[in-house]
Every structure is written in structure tokens, then in C-alpha cells.
Design a protein around this ligand. Structure first.
Ligand SMILES: [Zn+2]
Length: 344
């Protein structure tokens, strides 16, 4: 399909129509709806490229994917039947499966997904009735951080589990091993697979941890306040890998979708100055990333930097934003600081 699209554009300056591509994949032996969905995906990608190009964004035309990168086939309605120990799916026939848990609700769609480790998964989307629980828990503000995953306004801290590091070290080792294998060799393929398995394992332990953490949070609190963070922008601009690793975005995402059924309310607040502002009096106290403590020269509050931020986040969510948003000049600040030291 991609080949046809490329050639057609080169020769005639237009893309082939959806109908034409659908006609083309009909003979390929895939279940018809699955094939149609592949057509949609390809054309979506092509049009996304055109749109971005028009906006002046640098991007490349959709590329051919090797089998390594083939990710999923989607059955939007039919073409499959789930049994106790097997899945009957057109055109592959009966496939033995390991059913992790009984499926609740009405099955809507099936996605066959291939991980880089070579494992195949059957993912079902089901329709269930939403049961909202009553939640009279307390309110909490959460500050997501780098050194600690999260600091809560009640003083509790959520750390990244230590064993993540063990997995990361293993990945680094396997990366080094892969890099010294000859291209195209069998050993390289083996090393690549090992690395993929290690990545998968790290991904699994991380999402397991994030699932459990978010589950616990939405069931223990009635209201959770978070910063509206532009994770993507931050990853690109400043901190890079660390934020991706910490899984901020993932945690925030999990908290918000789990909250609904747990009867927990989520409020995203403006992140501006949450770490600089004093959570007691509202003064903006400039800090660098190295300042781990908040010391207010105006009211004398001394608090851990992240804890101060999480209290601010909670206050903003509750609409108790401290009104005296005073911003002092550097000079005034010095004077106040001195005065405070004298008092102390
Ligand atoms: Zn203060």
C-alpha cells in the first residue's frame, strides 16, 4: 500500500483513494475489517504528514516497517471467537492462549499485538457498566518530582522502587553487548531479543508499580490535586530521559482514569510558581533546582521544597489560593531575609 501510494504521488501528484487501497488489500488473505483498518491507518499517517508539512513542522513521509516493528492487527467487530483455552481468529485459525483472567462484560474489539520480545497478546476491549463508589476520603495535593516520584501534601513520599535500577543496569549491559555484535549475524539477533525482553520486563515492573500506586491513591483520597504538566515539552527541553523514566505522565494518566470509578475527584492546577510560592503567605521566593528547602523571609515558614509545592497544589485546587501574591525585588528580599535571621 505504501509503495502504491508513493508511486502514485510521484507519477500523478495525488494519493490513491481509500476505495482503491481497500480493493488492493482484499486479496491479501487478512480478515476484511482488519485489512480495512490497515488502510485507514496508512492514510491517516499520510494525511497527518501532509498536515504537519503545511504547518511547517519538520517530519518525514511514512516509512516501510520491518516485521520487527509490526505492532498490531485490530478486529473492530468480528472475525474472532474466544473459548476457554483458545482463540479462534480469521484467518489464523485456532490459537492456544493463556487466559490471564475471566473476561467481564461484553467483548467489543480484539487487538492482536506483537511486542518486540516476540510475544503476542490478544487485547480485548469490553463494555461494562460503570459502578461508581462513594468516596469520602480527604483531599490531597501531589507534587511529581525527579528524585522522589511524588511528594504528597500530607507529608507522605512515594519513591521509585529500588529494583528499577537493577533492571536499568541490566539493560545498559545488554546494550553494550549488542553494540559489539556483527551486523546481520545470528548473535546480533539473539542479543537484540535479549535486550527487548529486558526492556519489556522493566516496562512491566514499572507499570505494575504505577498501577498499584494510582489504585491506592484514588481509593484513599476523595480529591487529588495535580499540576497540569506539559510532560512532553519538559522531556524535550530539559530533563530528558529521567522524566520518561519516572513515568509522571503515565501516573497522572492512570490516576485520572481510575478516579472516576473510585468516586475520586481530580483537579489539575496551574503549575506556575508552585515550588517558588510560599504555601503559608503567598510570597514568591526565588529558588534554583539545587535549593531543597523553602525558607520564607516574610512569614518564616521552613518546609521541604517539594512538600511546600504539594501544599500549594492542593490550595489551588481548593480555590484557597493565597491572595497576597507578593513579588518582592531582590533587595527587599535580602532585607527581609536578614530581618528574619535576626529574629530567629
Ligand atoms: Zn511565607
Amino acid at each position: 500500500m505504501l509503495e502504491t501510494t508513493k508511486n502514485r504521488y510521484k507519477a500523478e501528484g495525488v494519493f490513491p483513494s481509500k476505495k482503491e487501497l481497500r480493493e488492493m488489500v482484499k486479496q491479501q488473505g487478512l480478515y476484511s475489517q482488519v485489512a480495512q483498518e490497515l488502510v485507514d491507518r496508512l492514510l491517516d499517517a499520510v494525511w497527518r504528514f501532509v498536515k504537519l508539512k503545511k504547518q511547517g513542522v519538520k517530519c518525514g513521509f511514512p516509512r516501510f516497517k520491518s516485521f520487527d516493528r509490526l505492532k498490531s492487527l485490530n478486529y473492530p467487530q468480528s472475525g474472532f471467537k474466544l473459548e476457554a483455552k483458545s482463540l479462534k481468529v480469521t484467518p489464523f485459525g485456532v490459537v492456544k492462549i493463556k487466559l490471564h483472567r475471566p473476561i467481564e462484560g461484553k467483548i467489543k474489539t480484539l487487538t492482536l499485538k506483537r511486542e518486540s520480545s516476540g510475544k503476542w497478546f490478544a487485547v480485548f476491549v469490553v463494555e461494562v457498566k460503570l459502578q461508581v463508589q462513594v468516596n469520602c476520603g480527604l483531599s490531597i495535593g501531589i507534587d511529581l518530582g525527579l528524585s522522589k516520584l511524588a511528594v504528597c501534601s500530607d507529608g507522605s513520599i512515594i519513591k521509585n522502587p529500588r529494583h528499577f535500577k537493577k533492571h536499568e543496569e541490566k539493560i545498559a549491559l545488554l546494550c553494550r553487548r549488542l553494540s559489539c555484535k556483527k551486523k546481520g549475524s545470528k548473535n546480533r539477533v539473539k542479543a537484540k531479543l535479549k535486550l527487548a525482553v529486558a526492556y519489556e520486563r522493566l516496562g512491566n515492573v514499572r507499570s505494575d508499580f504505577l498501577h498499584k500506586t494510582s489504585h491506592r491513591l484514588v481509593h484513599s483520597y476523595g480529591l487529588i490535586a495535580l499540576e497540569k504538566l506539559n510532560v512532553k515539552g519538559m522531556v524535550e527541553h530539559k530533563f530528558g530521559k529521567h522524566i520518561n523514566d519516572a513515568g509522571w505522565g503515565k501516573l497522572a494518566n492512570m490516576i485520572s482514569y481510575k478516579a472516576e470509578s473510585a468516586g475520586c475527584k481530580i483537579i489539575f492546577v496551574d503549575p506556575k510558581n508552585t515550588s517558588k510560592q510560599c504555601s503559608k503567605c503567598g510570597l514568591i521566593v526565588p529558588k534554583t533546582l539545587a535549593d531543597r528547602e523553602h525558607r520564607c523571609p516574610l512569614c518564616g515558614l521552613v518546609l521541604d521544597r517539594d512538600l511546600n509545592a504539594s501544599v500549594n497544589i492542593l490550595n489551588r485546587a481548593l480555590g484557597q489560593r493565597v491572595d497576597t501574591l507578593v513579588e518582592l525585588t531582590q533587595e527587599e528580599l535580602m532585607l527581609k531575609q536578614e530581618a528574619h535571621t535576626l529574629q530567629g
